[in-house]
Design a protein around this ligand. Sequence first.
Ligand code: CA
Length: 229
Amino acid sequence: MKKILVLEDEDSIRSFVVVNLRRAGYEPIEAPTGAEALEKLRANPDIGVALLDVMLPDIDGFEVCRRIRAADSRIGIIMLTAKSMEMDKLTGLSSGADDYVTKPFSTAELTARIDALYRRIGSGAEEQEEDELRQGPFILNMRTRVLTKNGERIKLTQIEYALMKLFMSSAGKPLKREEILNAVWGRESGAEEKVVDVNVRRLRIKIEEDPTLPVYLGTIWGYGYQWNT
Ligand code: CA
């Protein structure tokens, strides 16, 4: 069964999420504090997705996210943010989260986002296409899901990997933000287009010499992005 970590200090919200995840066929693992979440993750290395509340009694949810991400680039991370926390959403994504869901959320919304993320994570196993993509100094190995630039490894999250794969395989072709969102997060995920921008920005920090003057991953104003060949 697919294990999901649920970090949420409010008992009522946590139980609500847990009950519904169980109903949707997942195996939720509960943690009311950041410290417990990190402990449960160490004890359950097969957890595929972590849902992280931001406001916690001990460690800030973003800090939990950073610590998880520092140890594991494969796990999917969704931040549970409060309404009107625009900046927090961005902070969450820059600390390594793949997506965010705003409270109050519906069960359908949450499970759609989790399902989409799981599809992304699981999509590596059955890939039977070419082994690698090459663009300039970059090689993306799709069997090992490893990206190198001039032979040096660049660590990617699942979403960043999916973005790189999409961009490198569509080199020279302008991609609409909506198109990118559908391809990487899934059409039915309900994710917002802004999440594309935040992840592109994070990806640029990893792959570009100067992320403010991107050479490889170009912006097409009012439209989207393009991998420059
Ligand atoms: Ca909270």
